[in-house]
Write a protein that binds this ligand. Structure first.
Ligand SMILES: [Fe+2]
Length: 223
């Protein structure tokens, strides 16, 4: 199916009173999300309109190189925020629920509490994002620390939880300090919609099951 223009969505979180995260922060943050959609669309258009028989391929600088790299920053800026805003606005609570909790409990030797501590510490160690992603190859859930929208994610990892730790996400409400960031992470947990997280996971698990089924029918070994 052909690619279609990205459009930022007004997720329910924008109409709710969140714990600790102000409406102003959310509205300012929405503008960034809109900007990522706009620039991803712009880059994509440029990349489909280049004359590849004529265009310069140069690794030091070339328009092709610059737009290709910045496209991933814009596109993942959109995707990361789509998930972030999508799973805010829930009843939150201390611990994850459902299948997400079940898989984490199996994955981390210290269970849910260890996973949560790993997110907290990851949030202090990351420059941009901390994610929990489902691996389509092995079916595991694991945390990833990312320095920007597009750095250090791995292939076939489907993000199911995305915590934005750029200062724009918390400086207004909690202060641009390490302590402010820690308070924001707790507020993030309080505002999470675990149902949304579990729906992302259900989609990812269904995709893996579908790929395995097709692989078995075609007798092609799958990972
Ligand atoms: Fe952000």
């Amino acid at each position: 199916m052909p690619w279609d223009e990205l459009k930022p969505r007004r997720w329910p979180a924008f109409d709710k009173e969140l714990e600790g995260i102000s409406k102003q922060t959310m509205e300012d943050h929405f503008k960034l999300y809109e900007g990522y959609a706009k620039k991803a669309n712009e880059c994509r258009k440029i990349l489909t309109e280049f004359d590849y028989s004529e265009i310069e391929g140069n690794q030091v600088y070339s328009p092709l190189r610059a737009v290709s790299v910045d496209y991933t920053f814009a596109l993942l800026g959109f995707k990361n925020h789509d998930l972030y805003f999508g799973h805010l606005g829930g009843h939150g609570g201390a611990d994850p629920e459902g299948r997400f909790a079940e898989l984490l409990d199996d994955e981390y030797p210290g269970g849910i509490e260890m996973w949560k501590q790993a997110i907290r510490k990851g949030a202090s160690a990351a420059r941009g994002w901390v994610m929990t992603g489902y691996d389509l190859n092995d079916g595991s859930l694991f945390n990833y620390v990312m320095d920007t929208q597009n750095l250090w994610a791995v292939y076939n990892m489907v993000p199911v939880l995305a915590l934005d730790v750029y200062e724009h996400a918390y400086a207004r409400d909690f202060g641009a300090t390490p302590d402010g960031r820690k308070q924001y992470v707790e507020a993030f947990f309080e505002n999470l919609d675990w149902g949304h997280v579990n729906r992302q996971l259900a989609q990812a698990e269904a995709a893996r099951e579908g790929a395995q089924r097709v692989g078995a029918e075609e007798k092609v070994p799958t990972a």
